[in-house]
Write a protein that binds this ligand. Sequence first.
Ligand code: PEP
Ligand code: MN
Length: 338
Amino acid sequence: MIVAMQEIATEEQIDAVIAIMVESGLSVHRTTGASQTILAGVGLTAAMDLGTFEELPGVMHVHRISAPYKLAGRAFRPEGTVVTFPNGATIGGNKVAIIAGPCAIENRDQIFTIAKCVAEAGGGFLRGGAYKPRSSPYAFQGLGIPGLQMMKEAAEKHNLMTVSEVMEIAQIEGMLPYVDCFQVGARNFQNFNLLRELGQVRKPVLLKRGIAATIEELMLSSEYILSGGNYDLILCERGIRTYETATRNTMDISAIPVVHKLSHLPIVGDPSHGTGRRELVAPMAKAAVAAGADAILVEIHPNADKAASDAAQTLYFDQFEKLVGELRVIAGAVGRTL
Ligand code: PEP
Ligand code: MN
């Protein structure tokens, strides 16, 4: 860490800051410039709240040099993480994966029709919510375990892996037989108890960025799962809330290359929740693949306008099929396969 002192800082104030840094276990290297003193602290700063140093008399500002996360950082696995599923499908590495399905599993016919469409388009993962985090308690809440059973059966028929959202610790065990990847939604992104528990599970986790989360917070939430020993973690950019009202969320495409630079973890682009509008899903999916996304997650439904949840952002089958064809071209153009 670097502590830059104010020009007017007194020698007593500088000594007091040095003393506190030493007390915190840091070795301190002092540079006394013509007008300003800089204190470099070397040691374990990950668990330290640097904000407290900023409050000390005579301090101008404090910078963190090393990242406050370790296991999620690129340096932990410079070659990058490839998450491999039981059927051999992967997320991360050279191949761009397709995760598609309804926002919510609604009935047997719906999920079987969708599974067939995903497989025929060349997708590898079937998504579908059985526990839905709805803004209103009166909106459709999902089918629970019977829904997951249907989805698993439909996926097995087409050799697809399943992805579904877990909202609380108590749901994990019941979901285990039916999900190949646990999704943590934007609303549970900082449910630290849930994240810790998923660190104990030996199944991949897809962690969505919170609606108001910084990328550093995404890294820190990852750390909760990784530090439990579950390294099969996939991140997801699904849009953040900004002042813009033309879209449901603002899809932060730049988060994709930023995460690749900071972390070894794969990152998925979710243009469905990222935009909230059907007509914007394909353009943003293409942008995400061009920017290096390791997978695309999209909501599809045979009768998209009538979907029980997220209808406005759900693609019809023909739109999805066309999109996958276009993504294949873009993946090729950026040195990937699909
Ligand atoms: C979803 O995937 O259907 C979902 C609820 O996503 P998010 O948590 O990103 O809103
Ligand atoms: Mn949804």
